[in-house]
Structure formats: structure tokens, C-alpha cells
Write a protein of this length. Structure first.
Lengths: 252, 224
């Protein structure tokens, strides 16, 4: 049974149809990267997956539980699904350590002392144990994003959703976040990543989904999709991205 | 002559100051709870709840304090046994609650929307998120404007005088009456006592605000 199943998901905001029938599945340990022009519903799709947005049509299952069933305890599902935001969204009044510890304490009922040990462990995993007592505003963007990954990890998630995790970062800070994500990939974490980091996708993705105008236009292994896209729009989009990120053109 | 009287009566005035402070503590506590409840209902409540909260807030902000005091005292004490102190606590408590709700509402809205989303994303319920993520930040933002409300309400304790709470102003009036005049000196002393209390209160609140401020969100203010 797949860990995540998304079936014919439609979502609109007012009159704007953002998602027009998205279907895909993910197995445990799989990594999928979603690419596509802005405004095509990539973030909305991630939000639907953990119930932050509610699709008007279609169904989503995670680990056998239906996210889109109104009777499901959505908080329980979310405690199993990490979410990493483009804008980090660390809790501003808490230190890095407490940002990571608060989930296990409040949601899982873990003892505070135990949660702090766990939080320290997760901070070590993202290379920030020496910043445990720093507040979010005292950290660089890259460090904040690593803390937010640690915050997701502390809940021991079955799946982590990444919503453009490096888009708000200076190029020199992207590397440290991508490295943490690569490490997670090697450890076998299931990850659904919205990102235009083609290098990351090429290195770790099992599949790339190209989303345009609310639909999956094309999908495939990075070696195929990046080098030999079948769809004209995929081709155009990749061309733009690669021009933007300065990768060699003949690779396309 | 008047100074001898004043010296003799000073403890009597201080007792009145204490009564004023008790009254302030009582109705500000009530107002804090009412204000927090109203603000949460207005921001997070469903339509019914937020409309209800809005109506309560509009009423208590729109009616003069003395009218509220008379309403609670003469209006309610007909049927229930309500002391002047109790009536003043209720009237001023709900009134400051309405004002405090506006402070808290603004403070809650000043907390970035990403904070709630992030809290919900790790599995917190809405109530948990409000309680352990939103309010701790909002209340920090609220201390500044709240200290303004505190000063304003400390002065308004004197309105309880109108229904016979024997607080600072009423005691001053007694002294003026039986010393035949000297209003300037006695009320002047009264004014100084209020002034000292407000300065002290604001100093304490400012200390608390600086102590609790979150890095990245410090309020830089000088000469307070």
C-alpha cells in the first residue's frame, strides 16, 4: 500500500481553479520533486496533502487514513507529516531548541525534559546544536530553515512536505539547506518537494512531476524528464529554469 | 494649620489609595479575562460568536463610564445585593474589557499568519495553537498599549466615588468638607498620589515589556 495517494484532486480559490485533477502516489522512502511555473498550484497541492487546504473534489490518503474525510482527526495526520515552509515560520518567541521540542510536548504529550533531549538530537542532525539557545531572529535564513527541518523531524514524520524550502534564501545559504535535505534523502526519508533546484532533483528524486495550470503535464525519472522532456511546455519551462540557474544548456 | 490636618489625615488618604488599587486590581483582572475572550471570539470565532463579541464590545465602549456604573449599581442592586465596590468592579471591568479586547485583537493580528499555519502543520489543534503560539506573542505586543489602558483605568477608579465607594477621591472630599476648604491643597495631594501610582505602574510594565521582548521584535522606546 502506498504511503500517500492523491486521487483526482480539484481545488479552487473563489473563481480561480488552482488544481484541476491531480493524481499520483508515493511509496515509503520515495522522493518526488514537483516543478512548474508559479501560480500552477504546487503549494496548494502540498497544503491539500496535510489538510491545510481542503479540496472540493478528489480524495487523499496518507498511511491508510483519508485526509479528505471530514471525520478524520486531521491533527493526528498532521503529526505524522512534516511541513517545511518557504518562509520558515519558526515560532518567534521560542528558542531554536523549544521550536523543535514544542511539537512532541504539545502534540504527542512527551515530557519536557525528554523532548528537549530529542530536540537537541534533531538540532545536531541539522548541524545546529550550538544554536540551541538562539531565537529565530538571531539566526540566518539558512539556519532558520534547518531548525524548521529539525522541527519537522522531531515529530518522527512518515513523510515531509517541502514547499520551496530554498526560495527565500541567498544562493550561499541554499547549499546548507540542500545538504541537510540530501542527507535526509540518503537516510530513506519519504519526501515530496516543491523546488526548482534542478541539481537536487537530479541527485535524489525518484520522479519529477511537472505541474502546469493545475495539472500534472508530465512526469518521469529526472534522467529522462530533465534531459529529454516529451512535452513542449516542460521543455520551455526547463529551458527558463536552467537559464536562470545557469546550468549548461546542452544538458537539456 | 492645614498641613497639620493633612499630616494627621494622610494615613486616611493612603487607605483610600489602597481601596482604589484594590478596585483597579479587581476590575482590571476581570477586564483582562473579558478582553481576551472577546478578542479571541472576534478573531477566531464563527460568525455568531464574533458578532456577539462585537456587540458586547460596542456597547461597553459606547456608553459613558458613569452611566455604566449607575446601570450596574442602581439597576442591579434593586434585585440583587450588590455592594458599590462590586458594582464598580463589574461596570468598569466590562468597560475596560471592551477596550482591552481591541488591544488584544490588534496584537493577535500583528502575529504573522505563518505562525498559526506552522502550529497547525505540526498537529496542534486550533486551541493549542492560540494558547501556546499566538497568545504568548500577542500578549508581548500588547503590553505597550495595555499600559496606556492601565493608566487610563487607574484614573477612572475615581468614578466609583459617584456610588459611594470610599476610595481616594471620596476621602479627599471628606477632608475638604470638614476642614472647610483647602480644596487646592487636598485635591492637589490627591492628584500627586494618582500621578505617582501611574508612573510606578508604567515603570513596572515597561520593565516587564523589555524583559519579555522577543529578539527581533524589541520595541525601541526612550525616556519612558
Amino acid at each position: 500500500m502506498s504511503l500517500l495517494r492523491v486521487e483526482d484532486v480539484h481545488k479552487s480559490y473563489d473563481d480561480l481553479m488552482v488544481l484541476r485533477g491531480i493524481t499520483f502516489q508515493m511509496d515509503r522512502g520515495e522522493i518526488k520533486v514537483i516543478i512548474g511555473p508559479s501560480g500552477t498550484g504546487k503549494s496548494t497541492l502540498l497544503r491539500c496533502v496535510n489538510g491545510l487546504a481542503y479540496p472540493e473534489k478528489g480524495r487523499i490518503w496518507i498511511d491508510g487514513e483519508e485526509v479528505t474525510d471530514p471525520k478524520t482527526n486531521i491533527n493526528h495526520i498532521r503529526s505524522k507529516v512534516g511541513f517545511v515552509f518557504q518562509s520558515f515560520n519558526l515560532f518567534a518567541h521560542l528558542t531554536a531548541l523549544d521550536n523543535v521540542a514544542i511539537g512532541p510536548v504539545k502534540v504527542k504529550g512527551m515530557k519536557k525534559s525528554e523532548a528537549r533531549l530529542l530536540a537537541m538530537e534533531e538540532l545536531r542532525r541539522v548541524g545546529l546544536e550550538d544554536k540551541a539557545d538562539a531565537y529565530p531572529a538571531e539566526l540566518s535564513g539558512g539556519q532558520q530553515q534547518r531548525v524548521s527541518i529539525a522541527r519537522a523531524l522531531a515529530m518522527n514524520p512518515k513523510l515531509i512536505l517541502f514547499d520551496e524550502p530554498t526560495s527565500a534564501l541567498d544562493p550561499e545559504l541554499m547549499g546548507e539547506v540542500l545538504k541537510v535535505m540530501m542527507d535526509l534523502a540518503k537516510e530513506g526519508m519519504t519526501m515530496l518537494v516543491v523546488s526548482h533546484e534542478i541539481g537536487f532533483a537530479r541527485a535524489v528524486a525518484d520522479e519529477i512531476l511537472f505541474l502546469d495550470e493545475g495539472k500534472i503535464i508530465e512526469k518521469g525519472h529526472p534522467s529522462e524528464l530533465l534531459t529529454n522532456p516529451a512535452n513542449k511546455r516542460t521543455k520551455e519551462f526547463l529551458h527558463q529554469i536552467i537559464e536562470l540557474y545557469g546550468e549548461e544548456r546542452e544538458k537539456v | 494649620m492645614i498641613y497639620q490636618t493633612l499630616l494627621k489625615e494622610f494615613p486616611y488618604l493612603l487607605e483610600g489609595t489602597l481601596v482604589a488599587l484594590e478596585l483597579l486590581l479587581a476590575f482590571m483582572s476581570l477586564g483582562f479575562v473579558v478582553g481576551l475572550a472577546l478578542s479571541i471570539a472576534e478573531v477566531y470565532g464563527n460568525r455568531l460568536l464574533s458578532t456577539l463579541a462585537l456587540m458586547v464590545e460596542r456597547f461597553f465602549r459606547g456608553v459613558p463610564a458613569v452611566v455604566l456604573i449607575f446601570l450596574f449599581y442602581y439597576g442591579i442592586s434593586d434585585g440583587y445585593d450588590l455592594s458599590p465596590f462590586g458594582a464598580a468592579t463589574l461596570a468598569l471591568g466590562f468597560r475596560t474589557g471592551a477596550y482591552q479586547s481591541q488591544i488584544f485583537k490588534g496584537a493577535i493580528q500583528a502575529v504573522g499568519s505563518g505562525q498559526m499555519i506552522a502550529a497547525r502543520a505540526i498537529g496542534m489543534s486550533k486551541v493549542q495553537a492560540i494558547w501556546s503560539i499566538i497568545l504568548p506573542q500577542a500578549l508581548r505586543f500588547a503590553i505597550g498599549p495595555w499600559s496606556n489602558e492601565f493608566a487610563s483605568e487607574l484614573k477612572d477608579t475615581s468614578l466609583a466615588y459617584t456610588i459611594g465607594v470610599v476610595e481616594l477621591l471620596r476621602r479627599a472630599k471628606y477632608i475638604v468638607s470638614y476642614t472647610y476648604g483647602n480644596a487646592l491643597v487636598v485635591y492637589g495631594l490627591c492628584a500627586i498620589l494618582y500621578l505617582i501610582l501611574i508612573r510606578l505602574g508604567n515603570m513596572v510594565l515597561y520593565r516587564i515589556e523589555s524583559k519579555l521582548s522577543m529578539p527581533g521584535f524589541e520595541m525601541r522606546r526612550e525616556g519612558r
